[in-house]
Design a protein around this ligand. Structure first.
Ligand SMILES: NC(=O)c1ccc[n+]([C@@H]2O[C@H](COP(=O)([O-])OP(=O)(O)OC[C@H]3O[C@@H](n4cnc5c(N)ncnc54)[C@H](O)[C@@H]3O)[C@@H](O)[C@H]2O)c1
Ligand SMILES: [Zn+2]
Ligand SMILES: [Zn+2]
Length: 398
């Protein structure tokens, strides 16, 4: 089959790779209809994250059709249209049973690497570096989906592909930012980042009853989209003192809940030494959120790309009595609820699928997503669309 592969630091190419096969009785094989880029891929493209090997297939947000079913799978049949959670979890371990599937003990293909990185093994994932993933990604014609009864969800007929696609990762991540930040009716909520994740965090905050939602970014087109589709107020950080403006909008106190949905390229390595230690510059949005948040408020960090950061404002967090949390999204917990909301029209995402490309042009799609993030919220690949004859060309994107 054809797939978008990582070839070495900063190089991507659409290549011929072996078709996936059922390896476990709980697997299904999905033929991909839509597979999207994500801000979490940007550090991988810049060669800032290790743990990918040549010919690893990228992509973790996808919707498709079940074409093969393992003998122990109960909830899916050939022909089902499914959306698959971006992270891979078993459904049976202590963490999965607590509703914390991204902390799964059994999802990772490389538990020792995850343990060395974070102290514990965590869930696996599609198209991610070994410690956080290990499974071939979705920018491909077919994907093997492990633990399919737990991680794949049949899409209601009323939900189109460009809506269901976002239930894989961006919508559960955004929902978790708002829910994990404990948004309550009447709250003022600030979200840093007007990418797909930030906009869906803003929409989720509304759905959880927030009184006022404010999205911060530097791209006018993205901020306009957040106003039009999430009903949020916006702050252009290039022209505004963000903390002062947020105080103004929240009765002088600061937002009750602050959600960071930036990450990506903001988490840059500072020097060669930092490359070796894996230390990254403190993403300014996290620091800003800690300073802006009202005393006793909640900060939820979605950026999963940073390894070590310095200059974290520990004093501000302690003296203001903040709760600072973070997580990889627990999609298996949220996706059925999100699909219901999508079917009812409460959660719409088509506007976020700004650019569609046949799989053969996936390299171009990534370059556009990386270089013009203002207009390109998500590049969406459509492997089932007809395409020009395959060529094994590599294009440098870093
Ligand atoms: N925790 C999870 O499970 C999970 C899942 C998906 C994505 N993510 C993370 O969510 C983040 C956002 O993903 P995305 O796909 O929307 O990314 P994206 O790159 O499309 O959007 C990020 C946005 O942040 C803006 N930004 C940059 N610096 C900023 C700053 N200082 N203040 C405010 N905004 C700033 C950018 O202009 C951009 O619009 C990424 O870090 C990604 O890794 C986490
Ligand atoms: Zn993603
Ligand atoms: Zn588990």
């Amino acid at each position: 089959m054809r797939a978008l592969c990582w070839t070495s630091g900063g190089e991507l190419a659409v290549r011929q790779v072996p078709d996936p096969e059922l390896r476990n009785e709980h697997d299904v094989i999905v033929q991909v209809r839509r597979s999207a880029t994500c801000g979490a891929d940007l550090p991988l493209l810049a060669g800032r994250v290790t743990g990918l090997a040549a010919d690893d297939v990228l992509g973790h947000e996808f919707v498709g059709d079940v074409v093969e079913v393992g003998p122990a799978v109960r909830r899916h049949r050939v022909g089902d249209r499914v959306v698959v959670c971006a992270s891979v979890a078993c459904g049976g371990c202590w963490y999965c049973r607590q509703g914390l599937p991204s902390c799964c003990d059994n999802g990772s293909t490389e538990p020792a690497e995850a343990e060395a990185e974070w102290g514990h093994p965590v869930a696996g994932g599609f198209g991610q570096p070994r410690a956080a993933g290990g499974f071939a990604g979705s920018h491909a014609e077919y994907v093997r989906v492990p633990y399919a009864d737990f991680g794949a969800f049949t899409v209601p007929e009323a939900v189109g592909d460009d809506r269901a696609l976002f239930a894989s990762d961006a919508a559960p991540a955004g929902w978790m930012g708002a829910e994990g930040g404990e948004v309550r009716p009447g709250d003022v909520v600030a979200v840093w980042g007007a990418g797909a994740v930030g906009q869906l965090a803003a929409r989720s905050a509304w759905l959880l009853g927030a009184d006022r939602v404010v999205v911060v970014d530097r791209h006018p087109a993205r901020l306009l989209m957040a106003r039009q589709h999430s009903g949020a107020e916006t702050i252009d950080l290039r022209h505004t003192d963000v903390a002062a403006e947020l105080r103004e909008l929240s009765g002088g106190r600061g937002p009750d809940v602050c959600v960071e949905a930036v990450g990506g390229l903001a988490a840059e390595h500072r020097s060669l030494a930092d490359r070796f230690t894996g230390r990254t510059r403190m993403p300014e949005a996290i620091r800003e959120a800690v300073y802006a948040c009202r005393k006793g408020g909640n900060v939820f960090v979605l950026n999963s790309g940073a390894r070590f950061v310095d200059a974290f404002p520990t004093g501000a967090a302690v003296h203001k009595g903040l709760t600072v949390r973070g997580a990889r999204q627990h999609g298996q917990r949220y996706i059925p609820m999100l699909l219901d909301r999508m079917a009812r029209g409460e959660l719409r995402t088509e506007h976020l699928a700004t650019h569609h490309f046949p799989l053969e042009r996936a390299v171009e799609g990534y370059a556009l997503f990386r270089d013009r993030p203002e207009e390109c919220l998500r590049a969406v690949f459509t492997p089932q669309e007809p395409h020009s004859p395959p060529g094994d060309t590599a294009v440098r994107v870093a």
